[in-house]
Design a binder for this molecule. Sequence first.
Ligand SMILES: *Cc1c(COP(=O)(O)O)cnc(C)c1O
Length: 359
Amino acid sequence: MHEPRFKGNEKKYLNECIDSGFVSSVGAFVTALEKKAAEYTGAKYAVAAVNGTAAIHIGLHALGVRKDHEVITQAFTFVATGNAISYTGAESIFVDIDPETLGMCPVSLENFLEEHAEVKDGHCYNKTTGKRIAACVPMHTFGFPCQIDKIVSICEKWSLPVLEDSAESLGSYYQEKHTGTFGKIGAISFNGNKIATAGGGGILITNDEETAKYLKHITTTAKIPHAWEYVHDEVAYNYRMPNINAALLLAQFEQMPQFLKEKRAVAEQYQIFFNNLPIHCYRESKNSRSNYWLNAIEFESAIERDLFLKESNEKGVMTRPPWKPLHLLEMFNKCQKTNLKITEDLAKRIVNIPSSSLP
Ligand SMILES: *Cc1c(COP(=O)(O)O)cnc(C)c1O
């Protein structure tokens, strides 16, 4: 659906990295990348991680999510969002999406909180289960920014820290501000199919210095800096991005303006093409700028959609349905959820179409 492109300094930086001998979790490229990512997104701090899933996991840990807590997210997302929540020992709660942005619906979120939540001693609790709701994780689907300002202000009212799953939205902006910088933490993925790739990698962005320091500490085995002693102050993780991945990604970052231009050109051609057909082609909503990572079209019926999937794949054109909504997967089917009408309907009528930039 989206092929990586290596037309910049990739080979040069990879050679430099190998020649330096520093290919693992310490090195100049990781540091340079963190600086670049912070500059690019406008976040004060960026902490590199081994992949996007690990970034979400550790971001939730840093927000204080622990075993037997609950985390609100959307069912319309890649399984990694739900997995990362489960790694902390917390349970997911699913709310519906907004049909315009395909991201978390602020109304559905607010309805859930009004019906089920209460704030006690500065924390949010679920009156139905008695458990603490420790965070909210909206996702910017396919690169389209969700209504993140509304979501953040609702979450503030309910004392819920926000981690933005910005895995798909590097280069996407809401009201001129980069996605991932509205909540306390943003997590971006650099998997091979994302808009920029490290082979595998992720990054956490935040404006909070303490959080940034803690994120770096906990992703590097919580080792207390010392010239030779191995002292670690908690059970932590080996989640730091290797220098060799950072070398590749740094070269990719340099090409982001070009990548975005090329992605937009593809999206514009699709929009023109679908304009006169009874098929809706998703666009960035007003006040937002999408990276157009994956183009998405919506059929009037599930039957037509399935026919299109079958025929296009048989003819050798890769098209894909969206993810099966998480509440329909076995490991998440007992999670608490709101009415997920939009999620269930759109999951049956949307298709992602080839979105690589044109050669
Ligand atoms: C890609 C993706 C992730 C996970 O990122 P990885 O780097 O593959 O671990 C998480 N959430 C969403 C929505 C994604 O698309």
